[in-house]
Design a protein around this ligand. Structure first.
Ligand code: BV8
Length: 256
């Protein structure tokens, strides 16, 4: 099913989808960079801007890049933190936070590290790839809240002097176990799985909708472009998450 993007997105939603959603309480949503695009946060697929335009995100988000040039990688994350601090959650983030208040069995999984779901009010949230605003000692892997600023990039751990690193999961690093197994258990046990604003390319997150599908859930994809998931999802809603997610909330779960 495809609902073309439309100013009145609610009117375009397939009636069969609303029928399924309105009686569903066990709902899992997986979001990717596309859910933050309308807040002004560039997606991983977008070419990077300004002085970062000559780098590909996936080449910087690796332990190898950090080993090779820790200052470059530290400054890239500092740039991303300042960019995210200057923007705000968009209607898609806010609708997902409202959905959590309306159905007790709603659970949000995000690949994003920008913290915008939390700022929108989501709390039943698993951040699969970590958090831009968490800083770790690269040796101890423990959180570091404050550190003496000597102008170093990256700054040093106040406890052991090792370089500090962002608290995110880099390509080639494993996702934190309790979070990953919970994400698969939730996906296997849900009635509806919403895949929102993700290219469905990065593993193991991209396996979550397949796990839901194999367990009999209705899988809905919301994206402005087709992805590898589009061919197997039960419903594909083509359009911006900032329009479609609030329309889904209004049509399927209208009251709080
Ligand atoms: C791991 C944190 C064990 C850092 C990120 C199996 C097969 C093949 C490869 C692998 C595999 N298993 C592991 C790998 C390697 C790798 C991987 O998946 N590579 C890919 C590229 C093939 N995975 C890993 O390394 C993972 N670790 O599995 O450990 C292991 C290790 C090595 C080998 C084997 C096993 C760790 C992955 C986590 C990496 N960290 N982020 C940081 O942010 O700096 S991933 C990062 O990129 C994001 O978090 C995000 O997950 C991903 C980008 O994906 P999206 O979020 O989907 O964003 P993207 O830009 O791609 O797409 C945006 C979408 O939105 C588009 O579809 C667009 O159309 C849409 N859109 C745009 N605007 C809108 C919109 N939709 C709706 N509305 C709009 N307005």
């Amino acid at each position: 099913m495809r609902a073309p993007s439309d100013p009145d997105a609610a009117a375009e939603l397939p009636a069969a989808l609303i029928e399924v959603l309105k009686d569903s309480t066990e709902v899992v949503a997986l979001t990717g960079a596309g859910v933050s695009a309308e807040s002004g946060v560039p997606t991983f697929r977008d070419a990077q801007s300004g002085l970062w335009s000559r780098y590909r995100a996936e080449d910087l988000a690796t332990p190898e890049a950090f080993r090779r040039d820790p200052a470059l990688v530290w400054n890239w994350y500092a740039w991303r933190r300042s960019l995210v601090q200057a923007v705000k959650p968009n209607p898609a983030h806010l609708a997902l936070a409202a959905l959590e208040r309306r159905i007790s069995g709603f659970q949000l999984l995000t690949q994003n590290v920008d913290g915008l779901h939390r700022r929108a009010g989501s709390s039943r949230l698993l951040e699969l790839h970590g958090d831009l605003f968490l800083t770790l000692c690269s040796a101890e892997r423990t959180p570091v809240e404050t550190w003496p600023e000597h102008g170093d990039a990256p700054p040093r751990c106040p406890r052991c002097e090792a370089p500090l690193r962002p608290g995110v999961v880099w390509f080639g690093e494993t996702l934190p176990e309790p979070i990953l197994s919970s994400a698969f258990a939730l996906s296997a046990g849900c009635q509806v799985f919403l895949s929102i604003g993700t290219s469905s390319l990065v593993q193991p997150a991209a396996a979550l909708p397949l796990c839901a599908l194999e367990s009999g859930a209705t899988v809905v994809e919301i994206n402005t472009e087709p992805t590898p998931l589009s061919e197997i999802a039960d419903f594909v809603l083509n359009g911006p998450a900032g329009e479609i997610v609030p329309a889904l909330l209004q049509s399927a779960w209208p009251t709080g």
